[in-house]
Design a protein around this ligand. Structure first.
Ligand code: PHB
Length: 397
């Protein structure tokens, strides 16, 4: 009897020690990102953020804990594909965490699955405000369009811009950007001369910008998804002569996304945007980040905000893995994400608002300037620690 008890106790003690004694505890993370299709460049940026973080920090996982990342390609704004991939990641691959989501419709398609299966879903890009209200298992480390558009509108109204025409992509984040800008601008005495929404798929910006030009505004306000669409918008703005007609271009930082800026050319000079990240930011954490990024991906490469979304998303994921020693409990994970903060993100200090599970961060007013022959989003003002204004105004969690 005595011997049996001792043996049982010894076996239990051994089982508790097992991970440390070499049996690896593997955490599975499913990433749904846009690796192919016309928006593949944006998806690649996010993935580079994940890779850079892993390169620097894989060694910081607790002893015996491994992180397996399973990547799936949603091919662009394609909610049906995103939903199927997330379903497979949950039911077949048994992931304990989900991450990624460049596009709002894809994030919305995954949200109910995260709830049903209790799989925490860390949104690394998609920016429509209400996404976080769609599942208690969502936390967002990226941004919202209200976060940039609303303070930009307040700034514009106070800096001599009186009449604005809005040109946005016709889906969630574009509609948020248009509504946020309109509210911030008109409540500070500005006048909207008109607003058009451009199809997300195969957009031709020319007829929309022509309408904006004909209205003779002081400025065009715009949001389009970062990447090649931003470059196409900028080219159309130049080709149609809006700049030479004295019309300014202002918008969210998506329209002067850092990785495309050199491709846009001098038409981008002077474009003023509000955003949470610029590769030109001179914070020490960002200088080190940009240096590490260039060392890994090439000296002529600039990290965009999507890189930072992937990078900070991994920082949040490492936090929950480490705090739980690799044994992921969904509710404990969400409790750990609520209030998680990082004072040394490349974008400045960040934290996850425990009430909304959405990110709180600085917004920077930036202007495109030439520095040492290169176009840069030079930060000129900081609006500290902005909470998603849509949630503040609507008291929505
Ligand atoms: C989104 O779909 O939420 C989205 C995509 C690209 C961006 C910003 C937001 O640049």
């Amino acid at each position: 009897m005595m011997r049996q008890v001792t043996l049982a106790a010894a076996m239990m003690a051994l089982a508790a020690l097992a991970p440390a004694a070499g049996r690896a505890q593997t955490v599975k993370l499913g990433i749904v990102d846009s690796y192919s299709g016309p928006m593949a460049g944006v998806g690649e940026q996010l993935d580079r953020g994940i890779r850079l973080y892993m390169h620097q920090h894989e060694k910081d996982l607790p002893p015996g804990v491994k992180l397996e990342i399973i990547r799936r390609d949603d091919t662009g704004p394609n909610p049906a594909v995103a939903k199927r991939l997330a379903q497979e990641l949950i039911t077949r691959d048994h992931v304990q965490l989900l991450g990624g989501a460049i596009f709002t419709p894809n994030a919305l398609a995954i949200a109910p699955l995260a709830t049903e299966a209790k799989v925490p879903f860390i949104i690394m890009n998609a920016g429509t405000s209400m996404i976080t209200t769609k599942s208690p298992y969502i936390a967002r480390v990226s941004f919202t369009l209200w976060q940039s558009s609303y303070p930009l509108a307040e700034w514009a109204a106070k800096h001599g811009i009186k009449k604005v025409y809005s040109v946005v992509s016709d889906y969630g984040p574009g509609i948020d950007a248009e509504q946020a800008f309109t509210k911030g601008f008109t409540s500070n005495g500005g006048q909207m001369l008109g607003a058009v929404r451009v199809p997300l798929e195969n957009p031709d910006f020319v007829p929309f910008l022509q309408r904006a030009k004909d209205a003779k505004p002081d400025a065009v306000f715009s949001f389009v998804p970062a990447g090649k669409q931003a470059t196409a918008l900028m080219k159309a703005f130049g080709d149609l002569g809006l700049r030479t007609a004295g019309i300014k271009l202002i918008g969210t930082g998506d329209i002067t996304t850092d990785e495309e800026l050199q491709n846009m050319g001098d038409v981008a000079l002077g474009v003023t945007t509000m955003f949470h990240y610029s590769a030109a930011g001179d914070r020490p954490a960002n200088v080190a980040f940009v240096r590490a990024y260039k060392a890994m991906f090439g000296q002529n490469q600039e990290p965009s905000f999507e890189v930072v979304g992937g990078y900070d998303g991994m920082a949040a994921i490492f936090h929950v893995i480490r705090a739980q020693h690799g044994k992921i409990d969904p509710d404990k994970t969400m409790a750990l994400l609520k209030g998680w903060k990082d004072d040394a993100s490349p974008r400045g200090p960040i934290y996850i608002d425990p009430e909304t599970r959405d990110i709180v961060q600085n917004e920077y007013l930036r202007r495109v300037e030439k520095v040492n022959g290169q176009l840069e989003n030079v930060e000129i003002e900081t609006i500290p620690m902005v909470k998603d204004p849509w949630k503040v105004l609507n008291k929505a969690n």
